[in-house]
Design a protein. Sequence first.
Lengths: 266, 361
Amino acid sequence: MDRKVSPLLIYAIGFVVFLYGPVLLMPLFSFNDGIFAVFPLNGFTLRHYASMAANTSMLAALTDSLVVATIVSVIATAIGLPTAIAFTRYKLPAGGAIAGLLMLPLVVPSIVFAVALLVILVRVVGIELSLWTVGAAHVFLSLPFSVMVLMARLEGFDRSLEEASRDLGENAWGTFRRVTLPLAWPGVISSLLMCFIISFDEFVMAFFLSGTEPTLPVFLFSQLRFPNKLPGVLALGSLILFASAILVVAAEMVRRRGVAPEKAWS
Amino acid sequence: MNDAIIAINNVRRDFGAVAAVDGVSFDIARGEFFSMLGPSGCGKTTLLRILAGLDQPTGGAVAIEGQPMAGVPANRRPTNMVFQSYAIFPHLNVRENVVYGLKRLKLGGEEERRRVDAALALVKLEGYGERGAHQLSGGQRQRVALARALVCRPKVLLLDEPLGALDKKLREEMQVELRALQREVGITFVFVTHDQEEALTLSDRIAVMARGKVLQIDSAAGLYENPNCREVAEFIGTTNLFAGRLERRGGAIAVDAGPLGMLRGGMADGAEGSAVHLAVRPEKIFIGKAPAGISCNTIAGRLVAQTYLGDRSRYLVAVEGSAAPVSVSMQHSARDGAPALSPGAAVELSWPVDAGLVLTR
């Protein structure tokens, strides 16, 4: 038996440690009985979680972020689905130009949009900054991702399925309801998850456009100035890490279902 | 035709500068098995999609049962289609697929179940109702597509190369079944294919198409025996073509084929001296002495190749003045007693004057 360790294995382990080590330090220090995130560890405690639970302003920011991200994901997907259908099913006049404009947030730095939107909303339109302005900016930002995910899904199935539905007597709305939507469903779920995550961890636009109620990333940034608040942040971060791990697994399961739709529907 | 169920009148479909369907007019009779035959890109599928309402003509008009179809969407036409890909809904099982078109009719559970069962029985898929779409073989998918279309009781069933995806043996079985099915239900079938054998086997009448135009519409025998142009003669079966100039001598027609001399032929309506082709089917040609008492054309050549086909052989004979070797198909029983031929042998080819068809186009 060959007991020599492959250099590739060492590289792979090093790679994983480098990627996830810092992330895993967060839950480690969140259980550490001390204010500073330094070694050596002082002993196990849950008091950071207790202080987190008592930090009402942080929980308010978390709630705000969750609400904004949920609404953003629903609105962006609701706009994204008809857009993706239009791009994949019809020959649009100036379709290329429209697609280019839509995809702009992917290539233009979000700080440019953040500043521009700030100026327009406050100076030109005269709207007060709030979670609504943050949400609108996030819809704008996540729309291209939603459209891309849904277009990939819609292009993946035979167009004659929709024609067959029309041919069998179903009108446009019935065809959408009975054929297009069920087949696009895994893409809809992916789009919802993706838009949720984009909104949830977006910082730049939220920083510029939020009013008195900060979203979670903006709130956390403000907390970093106070060392005694750090362990509570670590505790919250650990919980979010845990929740997003579950989300990623769920998204992957939906994606697999998307790859082999026949199996999933049987 | 008095009992035309479909009337196609000067239909055009332009895609940019390309005319996929270029001014086509014909009628399809009620209860007919009608095929549109042609190479890919000849416009046959486009025309079928225009009949289904899935594509709109850029000119001309289609009427079904006397009703103009302009502006009538696919879901309100008395037609149903079997797609080339079958388009079985992957998220539904067999029964849900078949019942799809009935749902909007709100027939009630009992009537609906009865009709679906009847349709599944018609295509021999009883007991397959709960199968998922992905559990079906190619032939079964095709049957589901047929049942799904027929359950709606269309006036016209449109079939877009439905046998193209099946292997040869299954395809031949399905041809027989499809023909029997059409007789049983009595619905007009409009069938699109590029396979001439399939069209000849199945159809009452065939429209041969090329470059967006209809070249000829006739029965299988009519197309084979009396093609109206070179393209049809070459597309349906094999044919030998001799180029030449038309000459009329009294009542007789002859083709001046240069080095081959004067070849006599059947009727023709071309002008004196016009460029024509004399078409002769391989099985009309004798090798060796022509039977006595029949007026024949005779030319000389040299045998190039011989293929043994059991009951008959196919010979290729090089003839001076003809670019392609002449193809001859002869029953062995017709050559009884004649000496065996070997490649390189000088042979004499002859065919009855009536077997030669003068094609002016």
